[in-house]
Ligand binder design. Structure first.
Ligand code: NAP
Ligand code: GDD
Length: 347
């Protein structure tokens, strides 16, 4: 491991991972520079929730604009760059494929170019994704599994991934790509299915909603805890040699199973009935329907099963996830229960 007290530039600082990574790096003595795109309303609630909003130096940063990236790198002089910014919502990428490609694919390339020209010694981390495996070619998936993306998001991220590999091989950059499987937390955006379910059940439990609408209940994901995964990102960047690593739990669960666990936590007795779009989830205790299917949440192409093997990361990085599926579910339920009760659902 390298000596600390460095400057790290984190793009996407206000997202889920940005917040946890900032907290980790601050705890290690880093100066943390957080890149945020301009917004008409302040957007640092996740950093506030972790109590670190005043410890980060903010800079205007949009991956759309190469000159902006160049100035950020020149003025902030980072030792390490963690490129977490992205249009990260798969469903939206079908609606906004060009924008998604601009940010997730070309945005990564812009950064690599900026580093190459300004200071090739800067270490770079690219937030790649298990979505690149898409229609999976092997089970479980690891660093050797061929890619087959199934969404504009997956395709764009694959470009970012191969660009990272290519700049490492062509120009000797210390550029690593973390192929991360789904990771969740109380800081997860509410459009993603886990948080949608925990927040949705909390609002039903406290009488603020009647029913939660979901799409494909049978999709399987390898869900870990975001706080564990940012540790893996940092470890990749500290290696003497850059590389590509899968971070995953090695367990997979269906959306249905996640919903059942959450319903149970909130005291519902969930029973499924009906088929396909007519399937419903009823609370046996009250007799009320609390889950319905809305086909609007189906995707034009689906990733049916993700299951990762973290073996390489465990062996080479000494990384191991600490939080399991049950604990993750409970943590998210408790956070949303408290937020809804307090009337403070900020993100
Ligand atoms: P997130 O919560 O959606 O955060 C994404 C961040 O990117 C937000 O802060 C967003 O800014 C910022 N952003 C979006 N477009 C931008 C642009 N044009 N210029 C600058 N910033 C921009 O995502 P996350 O869950 O933390 O994920 C972090 C990264 O890991 C993403 O690249 C994601 O694709 C990737 N990833 C995530 C997972 C996962 O399960 N979470 C798994 C694999 C890979 P605003 O705050 O202004 O919206
Ligand atoms: N969002 C959402 N909303 N998903 C639903 C719903 C719903 O109402 N109902 C079922 N799903 C299914 C989706 O069809 C998908 O198969 C699964 O739940 C997970 O969806 P998301 O939580 O939106 O995550 P994702 O797997 O598509 O993408 C996340 O993980 C990727 C890593 O594999 C994001 O964080 C990506 O940025 C990340 O790269």
């Amino acid at each position: 491991m390298r000596e600390l007290t460095k400057t790290a530039l984190i793009t996407g600082i206000n997202g889920q991972d940005g917040a946890y990574l900032a907290r980790l790096l601050l705890s290690k003595g880093y100066r943390v520079v957080g890149g945020m795109r301009r917004s008409s309303t302040p957007n640092v609630q996740r950093l506030e929730e972790l109590g670190i909003a005043n410890d980060v130096t903010f800079v205007d940063l949009d991956l759309f604009e190469l000159t902006n990236l160049i100035r950020c790198v020149e003025t902030q002089k980072p030792d390490e760059i963690y490129n977490l910014a992205a249009q990260s919502f798969v469903a939206l990428s079908f609606e906004q494929p060009l924008y998604t490609a601009e940010i997730d694919a070309l945005g990564t390339l812009r950064f690599l170019e900026a580093i190459r020209h300004i200071n090739p010694k800067i270490r770079f981390y690219q937030a790649s994704t298990s979505e690149m495996f898409g229609k999976v070619q092997a089970i479980p998936q690891d660093e050797t599994t061929p890619f087959y993306p199934r969404s504009p998001y997956g395709v764009a991220k694959l470009f970012g991934h191969w660009s990272t590999v290519n700049y490492r091989e062509s120009y000797g950059l210390h550029a690593s790509s973390g192929i991360l499987f789904n990771h969740e937390s109380p800081l997860r955006g509410r459009e993603f299915v886990t948080r949608k379910i925990t927040l949705g059940m909390a609002t039903i439990r406290h009488g603020q909603a009647e029913v939660l609408e979901l799409g494909n209940l049978d999709a399987k994901r390898d869900w870990g805890f975001a706080g564990d995964y940012v540790e893996g990102m940092w470890r990749m960047v500290q290696q003497e040699r850059p590389g590509d690593y899968v971070l995953a739990t090695g367990e997979t669960h269906t959306v249905r199973n996640f919903a059942e666990k959450v319903a149970q936590w909130f005291g519902f007795d969930l029973a499924w009935s009906g088929q396909a779009e007519r399937e419903i989830g009823t609370d046996r205790k009250s007799g009320k329907v609390i889950i319905r299917i809305n086909p609007n949440f189906y995707r034009p192409a689906e990733v049916d099963l993700l299951l990762g093997s973290p073996r390489l990361a465990e062996e080479k990085l000494g990384w191991k996830r600490k939080v399991g599926f049950e604990a993750l579910t409970e943590m998210m339920c408790a956070a949303d229960d408290r937020r809804v009760l307090d009337g403070r659902v900020q993100f």
